[in-house]
Design a protein around this ligand. Structure first.
Ligand code: OGA
Ligand code: MN
Length: 201
């Protein structure tokens, strides 16, 4: 049995879910420390489809480090713990919802102070295999005035703002919810990813 039953039922009910405590404070500290130690390996994230990978600071200002699951265990044990738990969640979502989620694709991300990511959808229409978006926050402390919330635009025209507080996991259907990252007033760390289905051939 699992600790994540609420995620599957929330995805059915509303299509999104925010789960505090997905990582413990100690796991968050370890992961942000190892991410900071790899800071020079991060690169500005691009926008657009896989082919047209252009950096555009007016749209998105984060710097990312893609994680290869096979290689992470040696390179970054703390990231490996998080990926392992996210793989367990993938298995549970498949068992509960038959979503056919074949893999987790993910990267670490840091938004330096002042950076943001404008409103967007994670799935490119008709082409993308991203089914479920996950974002795991890695900031041990986050104040009300620190900005950097995830703003998720709901179906009914309302939105919710999720502060990127360490250990919290945000989950939502990739093709359904536009969202943005509001300007952060201090450095903002996360692990973001997508459960993907296999591409049709
Ligand atoms: C993304 C994204 C949201 C967040 O990486 O596509 O929207 O809260 N991230 O970091
Ligand atoms: Mn996104």
């Amino acid at each position: 049995m699992s600790g994540f039953d609420c995620v599957a039922s929330a995805l059915v009910d509303t299509g999104w879910c925010v789960l505090p405590g997905f990582l413990s404070p100690a796991e968050v500290s370890a992961l942000v420390a190892s991410s900071q130690a790899r800071r020079t390996d991060f690169a500005r994230a691009g926008v657009g489809r896989a082919g047209g990978h252009a950096v555009n600071g007016e749209i998105r200002g984060d710097e990312v480090l893609w994680l290869d699951h096979a290689r992470t265990a040696d390179a970054d044990p703390a990231a490996s713990v998080a990926q392992g738990r996210l793989e367990a969640l993938r298995g549970e979502l498949n068992a509960a919802l038959y979503l056919g989620l074949a893999e987790l694709e993910c990267h670490l991300a840091v938004y330096p102070a002042g950076r943001f990511y404008k409103r967007h959808l994670d799935q490119h229409r008709g082409e993308d295999t991203r089914v479920v978006t996950i974002v795991l926050y890695l900031n041990p402390e986050w104040g009300e005035d620190d900005g950097g919330e995830l703003r998720l635009y709901l179906d009914d025209g309302r939105h919710i703002d999720v502060p990127p507080l360490g250990g919290t996991l945000a989950v939502f259907m990739s093709d359904r919810f536009e969202h943005e990252v509001l300007p952060a007033r201090r450095e903002r760390w996360s692990l973001s990813g997508w459960y993907r289905r296999r591409a049709r051939v």
